[in-house]
Design a protein around this ligand. Sequence first.
Ligand code: GDP
Length: 369
Amino acid sequence: ETNDLYCIGCGAKLQSNDPDEAGYIPASSLKKQLAADNNLFYCQRCFRLRHYNEITDVAIDDNEFTALLNSLGKQNALIVNVVDLFDFDGSVIPGLHRFVGTNQVILVGNKADLLPKSVKRSKVTNWLQQQAALQGLHPVATLLTSAKRLYQVDELLAVIEKERKGRDVYVVGTTNVGKSTLINAIIKQTAGQNDVITTSRFPGTTLDQIQIPLADGQSLIDTPGIINGTQMAHYLSAKELRYISPQNELRPRVFQLNPPQTLFLGGLMRLDFLKGTRSSIVVYVENNLLVHRTKTATADDFYQRQRGKLLVPPADPEQFPPFKQHDFHTKEPQDLVIAGLGWLRLPANSDYRLFLPEGVSYSLRTPIV
Ligand code: GDP
């Protein structure tokens, strides 16, 4: 019955099925608004924006996102790309460097509040820049923020002001990097006096953008997020995902290992320490995630008996991709980074066998602690 109804805020076709999709209106609100009989319908997202100056996420498909990026590439604008410090690989927008063209990019690594105090912020920034360069992105500035704790948000605004040179600012990011939280923080800081936040369409798409007015008549524009489907996140339930995503500052956990010994992180990954001298491995993952040490000789058997039981998540290993092996050697101490999960600090001069669900990526970096 909502077939011909559109939100007058963003133009999205109204639907009551999926709260995460564009144009969502709860069935009860729709009923009320229909009864009012004035043909003024707002989707839930626009309703919240109008009444609470607060934005929420919508998921969009790849084609729409490509159209959005295309229209972005045609503007003369400053681009702010927000990524999740704990899931860089999952935060990458494929091909972003091609779309931004000659426009400048500010790279924002969000969720910095989760990093332990012992982590050197400058090392993280360097690492982020290296990762961006691998994607062909060369940001004019790189910042570490916490949208949640309002850490470095003022600084970000100052850098935006310095770099935008009279242009509009577009904020882009995949879902779950904290873009909405960051935009809401920015709204609170900037739009207080003239809170005329508006929505309009991206040319050539059905997607809405949210415009936050800047002092000189230009706008800061929030774009919808895209889902990057290459991560661990893809294979876990929403509940399990919340469980492995760090919520509080990470507490380093130290394990003394005598090779050959094995560490399991729930049933999500397995690391065999095959060769090297007795050393400690420091694990930086969600504080409640089980880290279990065992002898490598019995690890296969242990995994078969305990997967889905002691070794969770995933609760249902049958629905999880099979483990794939990766062998590597460390010459220097290295951080083993698992996108979406965290990292392990490994000692030098050792041999490892890593087991990860097929499709999930890992990388090695110079330690950041
Ligand atoms: P979006 O999909 O990019 O708009 O992301 P959201 O703003 O909806 O945030 C996704 C999740 O990350 C939520 O659970 C937020 O509470 C959390 N989050 C956002 N910003 C931060 C941050 O700076 N630190 C931490 N620890 N969590 C954050």
